[in-house]
Design a protein. Structure first.
Length: 173
């Protein structure tokens, strides 16, 4: 199903339908992968549109946390439950122009650590930074202005060095 996770009202409405629980019902194992995200808005705070900030936080933070909570409740009888937050090196290292993205990915990392401290039986959770992958987000980064992302050329060079394949282009960024 298609759902705009950046729409702060769409996900709660969908969760109220009970479809998540129906989908998980009877499963022996359940896995939630929170991989949606946006790099926007890029740039220093004065260049960030407040509405874009709100949409980014809804997509990058609120949606994964709501899905994790709903998943845990819907899969309460499943003995092997796993949650994977797809994070970023930007959660651990600040980048100029990426304050919203860095903060949102750091929030996912901390959420996973805090949930792990809850020691819920049958639940495993982690936040994983897979490295720099040549995705549409990377194309957005490479197309942005230097004013909004001063390190743009570094990401363009990684892509040139790796060729035009959609595979991993570097790790640790």
């Amino acid at each position: 199903m298609a759902l705009d996770l950046a729409d702060a009202n769409a996900l709660p409405r969908w969760l109220e339908t009970g479809r998540l629980g129906a989908w998980i019902d009877g499963a022996e194992q359940a896995l939630l992968v929170n991989n949606a995200g946006t790099i926007s808005p890029m740039g220093p705070p004065a260049l960030q549109d407040p509405n874009e900030v709100a949409r980014a936080l809804a997509l990058n933070v609120a949606a994964p946390l709501m899905l994790a909570a709903a998943f845990c409740a819907a899969a309460a009888s499943v003995t092997d439950r796993r949650i994977l937050h797809v994070s970023s090196g930007a959660a651990r290292k600040p980048y100029p122009g990426w304050s919203v993205y860095c903060a949102s990915k750091a929030a996912l990392d901390h959420h996973a650590r805090a949930v792990a401290e809850d020691k819920v039986a049958g639940l495993r959770i982690c936040s994983l930074a897979p490295g720099v992958l040549d995705t549409e987000m990377q194309a957005t980064i490479r197309a942005t202005s230097l004013e909004r992302f001063p390190l743009r050329e570094r990401f363009a060079e990684m892509q040139r060095a790796a060729g035009s394949s959609r595979s991993t282009i570097a790790h640790g960024a």
